[in-house]
Structure formats: C-alpha cells, structure tokens
Design a protein around this ligand. Sequence first.
Ligand code: MLT
Length: 345
Amino acid sequence: MSRSALLNAPASKDAGVFRTWAGSPAEVHLLGLEGWERAAIEVLLDRAAHYRAMLRAGRVSDALRGVAVCLAFFEDSTRTRVSFELAAHRLSAMPVPLFTQGSSMSKGETLLDTLRTVVSMRVELIVVRHGSAGAVAYLAQHLDAGVINAGDGAHEHPTQGLLDLLTLRDAWHGRFEGRRIAIVGDVAHSRVARSAMFGLRAVGASVTVAGPPTLMPAGIEALGCAVAPSVEEAMRDADAVMALRIQRERMERSLIPSTGEYARVWGVNEERVALMKPDAVVLHPGPFNRDVEITSDVVDGPRSVVLSQVENGAAVRCAVLERCARARAQLRNERLQHVAPEICA
Ligand code: MLT
C-alpha cells in the first residue's frame, strides 16, 4: 500500500475496540521514579539542564513540532500545569488543556472514555493529574498514547522528583553521595515525598523523614529512609530540608490538633534551619502555607531554592516530553514497518 493510500484509508475495522497497550515500551510513559536506575535519571537531568539553558536564552526548539499533547488536569495545579503547558509550547508541540469542568466528564462520561476520545484525535501524549493513586498507570495500560504522571493521589509525582533532584544536584555541586536531606511534615499524603525518596535513593543520597505520627505512614522505613522523632533531629547536620504542606484535601478528617501547634512543633523556621550544615538549602514543592509548615522568613531567605525548583520544573518537563515523544515516534515506526514494510524500505 502506498503512503498516501495508507494515510487516506478509512479507520480500521477494530477502531474503537477496547484494547490494552501494556506492551508499549517503558519509555513511552513516565509513571513514577520507583525502580529507576541512577544512569537513566542522570541522562534526564542532563537533558533538563540543556533545556534550562535554552529557556534562559529565550529560545524555542522544534523537537516536538506537530505533536499533540493533552494536559488532563483533574485536580488543581499552578506550577505543574503551567510548566507542562509552557514546555509543550517551547518544544513547538500543540498543547490541549482538558479539565473535568468543561469536558464530557461533567456529564458522566468515564475518565477512560473521555481520554480514549481525545487519543482518537491523534493525540500522542497525555499528561495526567488525578486524585486517585493508580489512575495514571491504569490509563497507560488502556490508552494508545504516552502517559505522563503529573501527580496521582498520594502515590507519585515523578517530574517533581526529577526537578528536586536537579535542584539538589546544583546545590550539592554535582555529588549526591554522602549527602542527606530531611523531609518534614505530612509525609503520609505526599506523592512528592515518595518520588523524592525513590529518586534520591537511586542516586546515592540519604533521606530522613519527620512529622506528626498521624501523618507518618506505617512501614515508611521500607522505602529506604530513616525516621527521626523530631524535626530538630531530622534537620541537624542535614544538607537540605524539604518542607511539606498539610494536604487536607487527601484526608478524611483533620489529623492535626491545630495549625498553630503544627507550626510550633513541626514547622521549618530560622532556628531549625540553623541546625543544618552552613551550605544546606531549603526546598518546598509548593504551594506553601506561609507560617504553617514553613515560615515566611525561611521561604524568602537566602537558603531557599523554591524558585529554582520552579525554574527547573519547566526544564525537566521539556526533557520528559521529549523522551516520551521520541519513544512514541519509534513505536509508530515499528508498527508501520509491521503493517506496511514497503513504505519504510
Ligand atoms: C502536589 O501536587 O502534590 C504538590 O506539588 C504538592 C502539594 O500539593 O502540596
């Protein structure tokens, strides 16, 4: 069959038939950092550093010209959504935003049906944020598209994990070995903490967590981190601290007595920052609640790298979109070779 006959052919007989796509190569998706090797992480961080230089120079790349990317955000977001959208524009892709309100999901259509509809319009990549842990992996199994996790419930937030690693790699002059970060606050509901733990462990840094017992998951040590009984102990001599927001939207009832008490016992403040090494830095994934989990003087202070995290977020998302789009292009070529080898000859 010639290329033009193939392109003008009617939809195949099984178009719309329910299929699973679990056979897609792993690089087509980014679902989490669990199980990643250090080398693969470093490759992505290097690519993100390349894109950061490009963004700083105000340049635009052609890497994803013509690729449609759906940004399906079923939970609120500022940093992640805006940076994915900007990254798609900077790579000359076609970003298509989708929210619950304004889509057919508000009329009762299922998540899968809505996204299968979108994919049928030749959308290659879907960036998904969803309130349920596992929703993104489910979509990756059932959609013929690359699926990128932009945060699923309390499970993982891999692009946040990567941007945190890039920020720490800079702050730690390129060496993760022998470095330790304290992650403080609502660890139980934090997908950010989980992705950070998987990533930091893979690159050779160590993690100490601390927080109220009601916000600390049982068996957290199994993820390879130490648990400190107090914020002071976690932060003493640390090379960095990451403060976490109290994620009330993921709690069925309040798990802390009051925000005032939380700030006093678990908040990251100047006095506690002084316990860390002199060159240690302060991270927060945002959004932050000033003077609850972190004081204003620390957020705006000299040790804070929260805005570097945001800048690195845009660069990491360029690198991730590029990686998944390349893998999709390769998959498409392999399929074409299978159905019409003469076109590829
Ligand atoms: C997230 O999406 O998990 C955020 O970036 C962190 C938060 O909401 O506290």
